[in-house]
Design a binder for this molecule. Structure first.
Ligand code: PGA
Length: 243
């Protein structure tokens, strides 16, 4: 097991600031870096912070490329709950990143294998992900890699678990509208990132964090694989602290 850096922040806003410090450091050293991005509630303070820091002239997204972790299957890019739309509204529309330099899996892909292979190839052609942002699901998922029997390597289609659909129904009018499948980077894709920053807040995540970082490494707890990554920084608030 490698050493995992655990940073404990006072509250979610502080988690956002500390995570922004990590991204700012990478952007300053490598202005044309590749960042891996995530959706969900937890990254929102980070995205607000990044927007403010670019406005303040501390960082510059003009040469940055970004690849998102996942997208719901069947949702068009402009669907109100699509992850493409989430990224536009919460980050991309407010920073100088070029639209052609942002990729999110295509929720409407007909040829799923081709789309997934092209997604991997784009990341590879960019030279790989320099810093990957992650959240964690209550079942230990990262991206939409749900508990299963082996760690999926590449970008692929997944069926969403009832727990994940239940957690995400807050964004939809009803559970029936929550897609039953998604496309996600694989565990291999995530593990290939040179640096990983995970943000976690809330007491309801403390248990799964403890299992992920201090329990056995198993695909039944997908985030546990991060114990084998050489550069992980976990930034959590006091409520989520797994110690
Ligand atoms: P959340 O999602 O930040 O909305 O809790 C995290 C996840 O499911 O990966």
């Amino acid at each position: 097991m490698y050493h995992v850096n655990i940073v404990v922040a006072k509250n979610p806003a502080e988690v956002g600031k500390l995570a922004a410090d990590q991204f700012e450091a990478v952007l300053r050293v490598k202005p044309a870096c590749v960042i891996g991005l995530a959706t969900g509630s937890t990254p929102l303070p980070l995205y607000r912070e990044l927007i403010e820091r670019e406005k303040a002239g501390r960082i510059d997204f003009r040469r940055v490329r970004s690849a998102n972790l996942d997208e719901y299957k069947g949702l068009a890019p402009d669907h109100p709950q699509s992850y493409r739309r989430f990224m536009q509204e919460n980050l991309f529309d407010h920073i100088s990143i070029k639209p052609e330099n942002t990729i999110v899996p295509d929720g409407l892909a007909q040829d799923v294998d081709a789309m997934c292979a092209a997604y991997e190839k784009q990341i590879e052609d960019w030279g790989g992900v320099d810093v990957q942002l992650l959240g964690i699901g209550h079942d230990g998922h990262i991206g939409f890699n749900e508990p299963c029997d082996s760690f999926p390597r590449m970008t692929h289609e997944v069926e969403l678990t009832d727990m994940t659909r239940e957690a995400n129904k807050r964004f939809f009018d009803s559970i029936d509208e929550v897609p039953t499948a998604a496309f996600t980077m694989g565990i291999g894709t995530v593990m290939a990132a040179r640096k990983i920053v995970m943000v976690v807040t809330g007491a309801d995540k403390a248990g799964i964090l403890r299992q992920s970082f201090f329990g056995p490494v198993t695909p039944q707890v997908p985030a546990s694989v991060l114990q084998f990554h050489p550069d992980v920084t976990l930034i959590c608030d006091e409520a989520a602290f797994p110690g």
